[in-house]
Design a protein around this ligand. Structure first.
Ligand code: PXP
Length: 241
């Protein structure tokens, strides 16, 4: 079944660009970035408050939860310190993700079996504050079943491996996405997807039955550089006249 697919724009890498200058610049302003995403038709803003705080900072969560023109989807590890921040700032959604300090980006889905008790308890706490909860998992029947038992409202399928795979392997992962999405829908879970999605994969992912939301970050920030550099170079040249 086809749904209208909403787009969460992940703005972590706008924060990355700010952090590499040690916050000495007034740009980029993340609320302004959220406003631009809204103007482009985004439905929500996604941010990941990592344990190592490599891009989004605690103050960004406070600021964006108050001032973002779109609902916030806060990605976080199954971590009680970050949970306190989520409960206090009340984003519309929390998306639980696995986290490893040394990784470049979220490398795989959560193993719900391993963290079942903790994630269920945290999900209950978030629900008491009316915060919806999704779990970032690999497309797998077992992970979908466990997510439903742990009280998730949605599952977000990690699409990164599907994006990078080719040939028969790509088809295999697609088949897993299809069967896992069918089961998720049957169990009453919303179906979300994200990671590594770009223009080349956007049309294909819309063919996934029951898909209601995608979260996209890295490609959009890169495309924004490509589409925006000409205009800002022109502005700078004008300043230099
Ligand atoms: N969804 C989740 C749960 C993620 O962890 C990430 C990466 O932060 C994304 C979506 C966005 O991935 P990308 O930046 O590759 O588009």
């Amino acid at each position: 079944m086809k749904h209208k697919i909403s787009l969460g724009v992940n703005i972590d890498h706008a924060a990355t660009l700010r952090q590499v200058r040690g916050r000495t610049t007034s740009y980029p302003d993340l609320v302004e970035i959220a406003q631009l995403a809204k103007k482009g038709g985004a439905d929500q803003i996604t941010i990941h408050l990592r344990e190592d705080r490599r891009h989004i900072q605690d103050a960004d969560v406070v600021n964006l939860c108050k001032k973002s023109p779109l609902p916030i989807n806060l990605e976080m590890a199954v971590n009680s310190e970050i949970l306190k921040i989520a409960l206090k700032n009340k984003p519309r959604w929390v998306c639980f993700v696995p986290e490893k300090r040394a990784e470049l980006t979220t490398e795989g889905g959560l193993d719900i079996k391993k963290c079942f008790k903790q994630i269920k308890k945290m999900t209950d706490e978030l629900h008491k504050k009316n915060i919806k909860v999704s779990f970032f998992i690999e497309p797998s029947i077992e992970q979908v079943e466990l997510s439903a038992h742990a009280g998730a409202d949605a599952i977000e399928f990690h699409t990164g491996h599907w994006v990078l795979a080719t040939g028969a392997k790509k088809n295999q992962i697609w088949d897993r996405l299809v069967s896992s999405a069918d089961l998720a829908n049957w169990l009453g879970l919303r179906v979300h997807a994200g990671h590594g999605l770009d223009y080349a994969h956007a049309k294909s992912i819309t063919k996934l039955n029951f898909l209601q939301e995608v979260n996209i970050g890295h490609s959009l920030i890169c495309y924004a550089l490509a589409e925006g550099l000409q205009a800002v170079t022109k502005k700078m040249k004008n300043e230099l006249k």
